[in-house]
Design a protein around this ligand. Structure first.
Ligand SMILES: CCCCCCCCCCCCCC(=O)SCCNC(=O)CCNC(=O)[C@H](O)C(C)(C)COP(=O)(O)OP(=O)(O)OC[C@H]1O[C@@H](n2cnc3c(N)ncnc32)[C@H](O)[C@@H]1OP(=O)(O)O
Length: 154
């Protein structure tokens, strides 16, 4: 299965969090499970992602939620409308991002993010995402993603 972000054409692939063309980026790769209507990704923070020794920096966690939510929005909308992202890539940007840090996230283990679309309506998708360190749910995020149909920032 191909990661959702790998469907982005090159001109959209420079994002710090998930662009495959950004050499300094996080290269997040999100997968969509059609049966479960659920997205997943995994990321292992490095020592330079430290907040307090032993724990992950919150800004990094927000970035993971952000880019996982963007990809989840594209997959959920494609799923809802029967579109193939390979043929019809969808461009979503983050309009709003809320992150609740439920408990400190340990630095070391692989983190797993799970995402679900709570609402798919017109150009807007609302995504909920959870970050797990092993069995522990440490972060819960919510993002509003808006599909852009023309250029960005014009
Ligand atoms: C060149 C391509 C670049 C893109 C690369 C993509 C690849 C992936 C890259 C990965 C990138 C990683 C992620 C990044 O880092 S993306 C970078 C960070 N994000 C931005 O810079 C976005 C800046 N903002 C904008 O461009 C516009 O404000 C957008 C496009 C978001 C909306 O302005 P627009 O005029 O188009 O929309 P609309 O007013 O018709 O509203 C439409 C719907 O949205 C709802 N709404 C709007 N705002 C909010 C809000 N704050 N809270 C809640 N809801 C909000 C609104 O109520 C309405 O819903 P409804 O009333 O219909 O129910």
């Amino acid at each position: 299965m191909k990661a959702i972000q790998l469907h982005y054409p090159p001109e959209w692939a420079h994002c710090y969090g998930c662009g495959y063309l950004n050499p300094m980026g996080l290269h997040l790769q999100t997968y969509w499970n059609r049966e479960r209507k659920e997205s997943r990704t995994a990321f292992t923070p490095s020592p330079h992602h430290t907040a307090i020794p032993g724990f992950v920096y919150g800004g990094l966690l927000a970035s993971l939620v952000d880019c996982h939510a963007t990809a989840t929005a594209a997959a959920a909308k494609a799923d809802a409308e029967g579109l193939d992202l390979e043929k019809t890539p969808l461009r979503f940007v983050t309009a709003s991002l809320k992150v609740d840090y439920l408990k400190p996230t340990p630095l070391g283990p692989e983190l797993v993010l799970v995402g679900r679309a709570r609402e798919v309506k017109g150009r807007k998708v609302v995504v909920e995402a959870e970050v797990y360190a092993g069995e522990a749910l440490t972060v819960r995020g919510e993002a509003v993603l808006v599909q852009i149909t023309e250029g960005f920032g014009g």
